[in-house]
Ligand binder design. Sequence first.
Ligand code: UFG
Length: 327
Amino acid sequence: MNVLVCGGAGYIGSNMTAMLAGAGHKPVVFDNLSKGHKEAVKGQELITGDLADFDLLVKVLKEKKIDAAMHFAAFIEVGESVEKPLDYYRNNVCNTLILLAAMEQTGVKKFVFSSSAAVYGMPKSVPITEDLPKEPINPYGETKLAVERMCHFQSQTGKLNYAALRYFNACGAGGNGTLGEDHKPESHLIPLVIAAAMGKRPDIKIYGTDYPTPDGTCIRDYIHIEDLCSAHLLALEKLENKSELVFNLGNGKGYSVRQVIETVKKVSGKSFKVTEVARRLGDPPVLTADASKAIKELGWKVKYPALEKIVETAWLWHSKNPDGYGK
Ligand code: UFG
């Protein structure tokens, strides 16, 4: 299939682009390079453009004979979304609407959307199944839910077949270790702990040690980027004859912040300073996925169930790319 990969120069999008090419598809990356890195596109076709540009999208969808679109071009910072909600609605909702409208105009029916565990807000029980209440607690989660709902109603018209994939914590490096995580600024735990281990940061801060968890720190479900991407490939195939797919994508296992720090220490062989500070606003104590629906319905198999192996891939990439994609 010819697949438009919106945000294909970013962390998840670049890994998806490489995997699509490896699986015999033809990815066409569409990215405004505001956050992504052209180096991460690794020779695949790159169109520098913005999702707000309806006419350009229509032209690309037609000229490149696109069969399906995947959408990784969202803003992802919860804290920033609280400070700049309109930016989040504009980029994550309005621009997705423009993409869907361009797809409608050109008859492109298949769409894989990057949703998030953030749609569940503070879940009442874990592991989280897809049918739990969707009650986001920040603008970021609201924008993801708004797009899911927009896709739902558009699919009801018969003009869209979509998969909403609710990611838990994406991490690790893919593409044979060549495609790693390089956000600027970085806010995600694993790359920050690695930066501390590399001596690039004075310490790693633990946000909150008084959570109702065994060691007092937050528990998250860390899923390797290649496992995440392989579920997209499976979902893409299923969209041939399904109009609506919704899956949680996680490992199903939870690791605390302290466990992540210990794992990085073990993998890197480095010690570094750990500072305990107050909770970060809006962090649920525990987020773990029940991904049995994706396992059963997509035949999804996770290659990296253990955190240590995931961290090894991340450590290797950061060691080889101390300045990220270099700027
Ligand atoms: N944490 C620290 N110190 C840090 C950074 C993070 O203790 O320096 C903690 C956080 O408080 C949280 C855990 O580590 O408990 C994981 O934090 P991340 O920021 O790595 O990940 P989140 O679970 O907050 O975020 C994930 C995705 C985001 C998405 C969010 C929505 O990575 O992109 O879920 O819920 F926005």
